[in-house]
Design a protein around this ligand. Structure first.
Ligand code: M6R
Length: 366
């Protein structure tokens, strides 16, 4: 049941230190610098010759796919395309035997994702699944796959399933890198040592809840909200916006921070909360200029920052701190405060958090 929490969503948000640990259990060996994914073992050799990865999914799982694109390209140096399953399937997609198609799905039953997979299968691609529900349709129709092991997710808004998808996809990116021998052992050891800390860092990040709740109280009556990030934090911004739309019914958009000046900046005024993911990583200075652009137009800036960053704090109206870490862990850690923000705003607006209007947990119709 809800374990004393008011909603399943809140329970599932707080379960993340454990669900992420379960997603990694028995799969990483930091001292040896190795990743073991039992479900992919038979295809380990084949991964050496794959020319391209195509990811198909919907909604939040599509956002996990976009994050995976950054990870696969950065660590495994293999080209990746991320497709909405519903678009891919009707396009007579150009794929062949040298492609690997990965379907990401919490339920393993999403109709469009299933259809996209079967088309890719007919064209001879290798099919992998990243699913949460054991024995669901997608794991049954793929050649191989990795379960996320996040445990049952009841809230319609995906939270722990998403962070487990990102965790497993991170492992897959490193696994593919290992099979293709593109990372040194030392680099693997370093990355896996960081990854092992993720459950504890998620636990620390969850301590931002009281602060996030205060910010929720300040922006709860907004009609619109913008989320901005760069690099792997861009899909995190998309996910933050989807979460807010889905459960609080506030119109929200996520953008790559630099795209703002190509249109959305026209929306900025005193009424517009703009949530930045502005941690101390690769595009730090660039994000800072984007914050200044929003402040110059009197937008209200809420920044997710690396702990102790006084510079971004000084230029933001409100800040939420997350632990200082390797960029590899950024997508999961930065998602946590955005989940909490959407949750608390929805509660304050008296919305049905676990069962938002017009939505079903699993979309088995086209
Ligand atoms: O079960 P799936 O992961 O295939 O579901 C895909 C989407 O329907 C799902 O992620 C949806 O967007 C969530 N309600 C988002 O919170």
């Amino acid at each position: 049941e809800k374990n004393g929490y008011e909603h399943f969503m809140l329970k599932e948000i707080h379960e993340q230190p454990r669900s992420i640990k379960d997603s990694m259990r028995g799969r990483i060996y930091p001292l040896d610098g190795r990743v073991e994914l039992g479900g992919l073992k038979e295809y380990a050799e084949k991964l050496k010759n794959i020319k391209r990865i195509i990811i198909v999914s919907c909604g939040t799982s599509w956002h996990a796919g976009l994050i995976a694109e950054y990870l696969f390209e950065k660590y495994a140096r293999i080209p990746v395309e991320v497709e909405y399953a519903s678009e891919f399937r009707y396009r007579n997609p150009i794929i062949d035997k040298s492609d690997l198609v990965i379907a990401i799905s919490q339920s393993g039953e999403t109709a469009d994702t299933l259809a996209a997979l079967s088309i890719a299968g007919l064209k001879g691609a290798t099919l992998f699944g990243v699913c949460n529900v054991v024995g669901s349709s997608i794991p049954r129709m793929t050649h191989a796959g990795v379960y996320t092991h996040a445990g049952p997710e009841i809230g319609v808004a995906s939270t722990k399933a998403f962070t487990s998808q990102v965790t497993v996809l991170t492992l897959m990116a490193l696994y593919v890198a290992q099979q293709r021998d593109v990372l040194s052992k030392q680099k693997m050891q370093e990355l896996l040592t960081e990854l092992e800390k993720l459950p504890d860092l998620v636990e620390t990040t969850l301590k931002c809840e009281d602060n996030v709740k205060k910010i929720a109280g300040i922006i709860k009556n907004a009609n619109n909200c913008i989320f901005l990030g760069r690099g792997s934090a861009f899909p995190v911004a998309l996910e933050g916006a989807l979460k807010l739309k889905e459960i609080s019914y506030i119109h929200a958009e996520g953008y790559p921070a630099a795209e703002m000046k190509h249109g959305p900046i026209a929306l900025i005024d005193e009424q517009m909360p703009v949530v930045f993911i502005a941690t101390n990583h690769s595009s730090y200075e660039k994000v800072i200029s984007n914050i200044q652009e929003v402040k110059a137009r009197k937008g209200m800036v809420i920044s997710v920052i690396s702990e102790g960053d006084l510079k971004v704090k000084a230029m933001s109206d409100h800040t939420i701190e997350i632990p200082v870490t390797n960029e590899l862990l950024l997508p999961v850690l930065a998602s946590i405060p955005l989940q909490l923000l959407a949750y608390h705003i929805a509660v304050m607006r008296n919305c049905n958090v676990d069962q938002p209007r017009n939505l079903a947990k699993s979309v088995t119709v086209e």
